[in-house]
Write a protein that binds this ligand. Structure first.
Ligand SMILES: [Zn+2]
Length: 414
């Protein structure tokens, strides 16, 4: 159930995940949290009874069966939250919402109408799993995003990288300036730089930079001068040091990050978005991507290194962000898998959720309005029927989602 920008909604005595032994009254008006207050037990019980009475009266007035809208139904205006948990809506800092196939050539073989329908399903699956904001890491133009949000009524909030600056753009500063101007004109608010190879490159050379440092530094500076933020695909190597020196917002993947580099990222306030789960999926011979052995081997090398990279970042105090790099129908909607990979790689439960909520909002530069259940914030939230911090798997966590709430509706997003 996706509830876009509720006009009025109250959760009485709901638990905020990660805050044990306390219950809260949470009020939403016009897509914002207007009040988040601790509920005392007696008041919570009274409010729950009142909520029941209000719901029954409402149902009776409409001539419906009272049982059709119990007060614990998240769709009700006043909800008994005594058996519900709330978290902020999750923020996925690295998705490819427009992609439908691992290999781009396979997407080109599809009928455009089929591609669009698949993209709309990806938007819906992403929202249904509790991800209310994404940063698209390439392939989705702002115009295409707006079209999908509006036509398919999917209120997903999207930051756009749009074009991926890569090896084909390594043609000097004048060329980069012209190309960046085009990307700015498209409305993209991020510049995405592919600074090293990826699964397509042999392991020996995957960390070789594809730009000169002058080109790289120019592009970052030019983006910043024009009010855009910068995120950098870098598996490792010199591009990570350049990113620290240039002061980009985040590096992505970074599995060959060293302990020294982690310290430099922390000092430069550059965040790290490991996108850890996708490499495990890519390495798995039985995985949904079904990749050839040579690619699976490269992914396996990445997996071996990734846990160390995350540990170095955590120890150095680098801000870690949640991102999936998901790009196919089997993966969109399974975003919560990344939480469990981050846990396997050494984050604790609270750190993994912070990476997906408040720290992700900080990386987006929107920490004053996204990523927290707090007064004045947009009401992006996920309602769970059991404690999300106790869920042992992605399937269990996803299965316990009772509703997803957004603070903005599609008319404001597109
Ligand atoms: Zn990506």
């Amino acid at each position: 159930m996706i509830l876009a920008k509720p006009e009025r909604k109250s959760f009485k005595g709901i638990a905020i995940a990660g805050i044990p032994d306390k219950r809260f009254d949470v009020e939403i008006r016009s897509g914002r949290f207007v009040s988040v207050r601790e509920a005392d037990a007696a008041a919570a019980a009274g409010a729950a009874a009142q909520a029941g009475a209000a719901t029954q009266a409402g149902a009776a007035a409409q001539g419906e069966e009272a049982e059709s809208a119990g007060s614990s139904d998240p769709a009700a205006e006043i909800v008994d939250g005594s058996e519900l948990w709330i978290t902020p809506g999750l923020i996925d800092l690295h998705t490819h919402m427009a992609w439908t196939d691992f290999d781009h050539a396979d997407q080109d073989k599809r009928d455009p109408a089929e591609v669009e329908a698949m993209q709309a399903r990806a938007f819906e699956a992403t929202l249904r799993t509790g991800v209310t904001t994404v940063r698209d890491a390439g392939g989705l133009t702002p115009a295409a995003a707006a079209h999908l949000v509006r036509e398919y009524r999917q209120p997903l909030r999207i930051d756009n990288g749009s074009h991926m600056f890569g090896a084909a753009d390594a043609r000097g500063a004048d060329y980069l300036k012209r190309k960046a101007d085009e990307v700015f004109a498209s409305g993209a608010n991020w510049i995405k730089i592919m600074a090293t190879g990826g699964l397509g490159a042999p392991t020996e050379s995957v960390t070789d930079p594809v730009f000169t440092e002058d080109e790289f530094a120019f592009l970052v500076r030019y983006a910043h001068e024009n009010g855009r933020k910068v995120f950098v695909h870098a598996w490792g190597g010199a591009a990570i040091d350049w990113s620290a020196r240039a002061g980009v917002q985040s590096i992505e993947h970074g599995m060959f990050l060293t302990a020294d580099q982690a310290a430099r990222l922390a000092e430069a306030n550059v965040a790290f978005v490991p996108t850890a789960s996708i490499y495990r999926i890519a390495a798995d011979p039985q995985g949904v991507l079904g990749l050839p052995p040579v690619i699976r081997d490269r992914a396996a090398r990445a997996v071996e290194a990734h846990a160390n990279a995350v540990a170095y970042a955590k120890r150095a105090g680098v801000r870690i962000g949640f991102g999936t790099d998901y790009a196919t129908p089997h993966l969109h909607g399974r975003n919560l898998q990344e939480l469990y990979t981050l846990l396997d790689y050494g984050l604790n439960r609270e750190e993994a959720w912070i990476a997906a909520t408040s720290d992700a909002a900080r990386i987006l530069g929107r920490s004053g309005e996204l990523g927290s259940i707090a007064e004045g914030y947009l009401s992006d939230a996920v309602i769970f029927g059991s404690d999300p911090y106790a869920a042992r798997s992605e399937a269990e966590l996803r299965g316990s989602i009772a509703a997803v709430i957004t603070g903005t509706d599609e008319s404001e997003l597109a």
